[in-house]
Design a protein around this ligand. Structure first.
Ligand code: FNR
Length: 364
């Protein structure tokens, strides 16, 4: 029996031992030099937390709401594809863990179990992630299926006009896991488990011409709130506001798309300032500690999402592993809030963190 990890990062090694190399590399890897992959984590390390002492912290409440839905913590499961590579139960195990932890799960379009199956397996609040595909009819059909299955929001991932260059997948000749949501919709010579490579699959499906006006089309086909995932600049945050989306996710796709894009935590504050509180801003990328969640909230995020930690938990210990990952982060956040003198998530303010930028300003 594998040792019981004491933090989220320790699940990564357990997952490495549990998975075939090709799958582990697919989950763990980033694009090209993997500069952004390291930065996503290390940029959190460069931020200090400034605690307040002699505050009554005998009761700590880490619950919050995301898009109006009450949730046990400012923490969500990010959309990641192919959970069956990690565990035979795939996304159903993840969804059950999300429900048990009272956590919102974003289900990827490329889930290895159909979205209806994921929906019926649990009562977790679910958001559905998709791209705008070359086949608009398929995009529209997926949105309708998500609506019918009780998903509460659509996340449009905007950072993937083409697939980033993930060299481990190229070396391993990684095969695209079958996308069950496309069963019966697309001929199997495009989405196949018999040899198509990820990049070839993506370029067959994804529409590289998608731009801001297409959000207006997406809005016209659904009443669900739409969140744009992949915003990294204030300019794009303002465009997102102009097209009327319900939220922004500051994300660089877990450093799997454009290498040398900034660590998400390093640009969060600029995006939050551009948005001026008009819509919620979430963040993902490199969140591995409760203190990371604290820092993101202090810099203006309403909540964070976690991608790889969930996959590593699932690979190492199935549904239980995902629950442990979520609960560890919740426990760490609760403790950090107590030690920082903040009793509720609303008490966490900009004054509770010092960034590298703040330190530079102090020297002037
Ligand atoms: C992803 N991510 C992702 N994003 C998305 O919008 N749709 C998808 O299908 C996927 N698939 C996917 C697979 C794998 C294996 C990984 C690691 C990531 C990106 C994901 O939603 C999220 O942005 C990052 O994973 C967050 O970074 P961390 O938490 O992994 O550091």
């Amino acid at each position: 029996m594998a040792a019981e990890p004491v933090n989220v990062t320790e699940f990564q090694e357990l997952a490495r031992q549990a998975l075939p190399k090709m799958y582990y590399d697919y989950y763990a890897g980033g694009a090209e030099d993997q500069y952004t992959l390291k930065e996503n984590v290390e940029a959190f390390h460069r931020i200090n937390i400034l605690p307040r002492v002699l505050v009554d912290v005998s009761k700590i409440d880490i619950s919050t709401s995301i898009l109006g839905y009450r949730t046990s913590a400012p923490l969500m499961i990010a959309p990641t594809g192919g959970h069956k590579l990690a565990h035979p139960e795939g996304e159903v195990a993840t969804a059950r863990a999300a429900a048990a932890c009272d956590t919102i799960m974003a289900v990827s379009f490329s889930s290895s179990r159909p979205l209806e199956e994921v929906a019926s397996s649990c009562n977790a609040i679910r958001f559905f992630q998709l791209y705008v595909y070359k086949r608009r009819d398929i995009t529209a059909l997926l949105v309708r299926r998500a609506e019918r299955s009780g998903f509460k929001a659509v996340i449009l991932t905007a950072d993937t006009p083409r697939l980033g260059r993930r060299e481990a997948d190229i070396k391993n000749k990684m095969i695209a896991p079958p996308v069950r949501n496309f069963d019966g919709l697309i001929s199997t010579d495009v989405v196949t488990d018999k040899g198509s490579k990820l990049a070839a699959y993506a370029s067959a499906m994804l529409d590289a011409s998608v731009c801001w006006k297409d959000i207006t089309w997406l809005k016209s086909i659904t009443n669900l709130p739409i969140l744009i995932k992949g915003v990294l600049t204030p300019e794009d945050a303002i465009k997102a506001l102009e097209v009327g989306v319900s939220g922004i996710i500051v994300s660089n796709h877990g450093a799997r798309q454009l290498d040398y894009s900034p660590a998400t935590i390093s640009v969060l504050e600029e995006v939050v300032e551009a948005v001026q509180g008009k819509i919620p801003v979430l963040l993902d990328g490199g969140v591995r500690r409760g203190t990371d969640i604290f820092k993101a909230l202090a810099l203006g995020a309403q909540a964070v999402m976690i991608g790889r930690p969930v996959l590593f938990g699932l690979a190492a210990k199935g549904e239980y592993g995902v629950k442990r990952v979520i609960n560890m982060l919740k426990e760490e956040l609760e403790l950090s809030m107590a030690l920082a003198g903040t009793c509720t998530v609303k008490d966490i303010t900009r004054g509770h963190v010092r960034t590298q930028h703040d330190r530079l300003l102090c020297k002037i």
